[in-house]
Design a protein around this ligand. Structure first.
Ligand SMILES: [Mn+2]
Length: 461
């Protein structure tokens, strides 16, 4: 009996604690990840340098309501903190600040019962210490001219001027503006050089090579995005509104735990598919039109970036198919160019050559210059914390890029009318490894036959 009671007691304790553990997501970047990133940044600084990184400010949407808070990506990369009103200081060699000796200091917002009643828990010093395992954590009130000195510093590694923190949001009540203004006055009065270019280059090098924990989050964002794209393929039909396609897409993102779309969802049919960043999404999708959806989820700070172009009625017309096959072949060529050691620019060169040849062959463009007017954007960008991420100019294992050729032929273009108002883009997220590349968004069909097959399936909507 006693043993049975003990076992039941143990089981209920275990299930209770695991239930608590599962109430909130647990798959965030670890404190060790952020500590490792800070160590890597400090390694690249001069011996007497200081790194200064600010959190993002809150942004007003209307009257007293704000946009959902989104942390500055460099600050998030280095700290994991998702609150405003904070600043991180990094030193290569130990210094003493406010009675503590170390190479890393962070100033965070204080707990505030009134604020917390309205907008939720603030971590404060103890909360952030527990979360981050950083030792030197202070309240942002302590970031003052008497506690901070740049006298012994030879270089200031920061982006506060290029990020426009205090220029855009200067206000005496705003703690971030106050701290950024203080840094600026210290920089000016001590005549310290700003190493902004070197800061950006270091972050480009570090953030450009994704570690396994980051790749897992990008993969999750891509997999969630694929669910949305596949359901839009099934659900789209003539008479549907572009915003209804967006709603189906974003339903899947939110349902799977994505905090936000990684960027404003683009859902444009026909003439709107020819507008590269069309986000109003208000038109009725009509019979015979193609719907271009460039939409992806963000998950724990990391974004995917996926585009599919699908016929409203489930079947491509001959003209649509002819152009689609060119874009698909261009994407395949671009993906094939995603190799460790190859220049980043090889991706665009490979895709563009296929689009140029295709448009010239169909008589749509007379030459490469004319072809460029129908494919006016680059084929690729890095992908990660930012949807247009920082990354190296030579591809390497751990780099994640998009491959997204397109053809857009607005009405009035200098070609046969049968091509007018067709806009096509196909975009996938490609991880480069030593053993070749991996398409992180491959779960969504790309070929005409596969798309038409999926379009014939029933949607949950
Ligand atoms: Mn993109």
């Amino acid at each position: 009996m006693k043993i049975k009671h003990l076992i039941i007691g143990l089981l209920s304790t275990l299930s209770l604690s695991s239930a608590i553990a599962q109430d909130y997501p647990t798959d965030y970047l670890s404190p060790e990840f952020h500590a490792g990133r800070r160590a890597a940044f400090k390694e690249k600084m001069s011996d007497k340098g200081v790194g200064i990184f600010f959190a993002s400010q809150t942004r007003q949407r209307s009257n007293d309501t704000e946009f959902q808070y989104a942390q500055n990506k460099n600050f998030y990369y280095l700290t994991g903190l998702e609150e405003p009103n904070a600043v991180l200081l990094l030193f290569k060699q130990p210094v003493t600040l406010l009675g503590k000796t170390g190479t890393e200091f962070i100033f965070v917002q204080n707990r505030d019962p009134f604020k917390e009643l309205w907008t939720g828990k603030i971590l404060g010093v103890d909360g952030f210490k527990a979360k981050s395992k950083m030792e030197n954590v202070f309240i942002n009130d302590q970031f003052t001219s008497s506690s901070i000195s740049l006298a012994a510093v030879d270089s200031v590694y920061t982006l506060y001027r290029t990020e426009g923190i205090f220029a855009k949001y200067k206000s005496k009540e705003d703690p971030l503006s106050r701290m950024a203004s203080l840094v600026d006055s210290l920089v000016i009065s001590n005549a310290k050089p700003l190493a902004s270019r070197s800061t950006l280059n270091t972050l480009r090098t570090l953030r450009g090579i994704k570690l396994p924990e980051e790749i897992a989050l990008i993969q999750k964002a891509a997999s969630i995005s694929v669910l949305g794209h596949n359901d839009v393929m099934r659900a789209v039909k003539p008479g549907m509104k572009e915003y209804q396609a967006q709603a189906i897409m974003e339903y899947h993102f939110k349902k799977e735990g994505s905090e936000y779309p990684g960027y404003n969802s683009i859902n444009g049919a026909a003439e709107n598919a020819c507008v590269l960043h069309y986000i109003t999404n208000l038109k009725t999708i009509k019979e015979g039109e193609l719907l271009l959806s460039d939409c992806a989820a963000e998950y724990h700070g990391y974004s995917a970036d996926v585009t599919r172009t699908v016929p409203a009625n489930g079947k491509f017309t001959e003209a649509q198919k002819a152009l689609y096959e060119i874009v698909l072949a261009a994407q395949d060529a671009g993906i094939a160019a995603c190799k460790a050691g190859a220049p980043f620019s090889d991706i665009d060169a490979a895709s563009r050559a296929v689009v140029n040849a295709g448009l010239i062959k169909l008589g749509i463009a007379a030459n490469e210059k004319e072809a460029r007017t129908y494919f006016p954007h680059g084929t690729s960008h890095h992908l990660g914390l930012d949807v247009h991420d920082l990354g190296p100019r030579v591809l390497a294992a751990g780099v994640v890029v998009t491959v997204e050729p397109g053809i857009y032929i607005p009405a009035g273009s200098k070609c046969d009318k049968k091509w007018w108002n067709i806009g096509i883009r196909i975009e996938d997220d490609i991880l480069i490894t030593e053993k070749g590349n991996v398409n992180l968004s491959e779960g969504s069909p790309r070929t005409v036959a596969e798309i038409e097959k999926m379009a014939a399936q029933k949607s949950m909507f």
